[in-house]
Design a protein around this ligand. Structure first.
Ligand SMILES: [Fe+2]
Length: 144
């Protein structure tokens, strides 16, 4: 399996969890269930982003250039924003604070995943090849 196939599987799981959290936010009520759901999502999500940065992004930078800025730089910046939102949502926010930050988090994470699926992974397959992407997959345990 190529590392981008593993990452895609993980993306699918995150979207299912996001759908659940979004439904929870829409229902309102006690914020503790939403915070718990967020804590369940947090660890595999941050591990996934760390694996992308450690394994996939360096090879992409070699091909595309742009340690900062450029497509990989944008993805890294989005990871930083998402990480900050995860920290906030996993702490003890009020219902109103949770809902406000979650709305932004839900949007950016879905857009970020779509960008990786539609642009970054096809580009990675083209630039790096199946063999290299399969080697990368051997280097990490599953995040989800
Ligand atoms: Fe990702």
């Amino acid at each position: 399996m190529r590392i981008i196939d593993r990452f895609s599987r993980e993306h699918d799981a995150f979207v299912v969890q996001l759908d659940g959290l979004r439904a929870d936010v829409a229902r309102g009520g006690d914020v503790r269930a939403a915070i718990e759901g967020m804590r369940v999502l947090a660890e595999p999500l941050l591990k996934h982003a760390a694996n992308e940065e450690a394994l996939l992004f360096p090879d992409l930078v070699l091909k595309l250039g742009g340690e900062t800025g450029g497509p990989v730089g944008v993805l890294r910046e989005e990871h930083v924003i998402i990480h900050g939102q995860v920290d906030h949502l996993s702490a003890e926010p009020t219902r109103a604070a949770f809902d406000q930050v979650f709305t932004a988090f839900d949007k950016i994470l879905r857009e970020h995943i779509a960008k990786e699926e539609e642009v970054v992974f096809p580009l990675s397959a083209q630039l790096l090849g199946d063999e290299r992407l399969s080697e990368m997959n051997e280097e990490i345990p599953a995040a989800v």
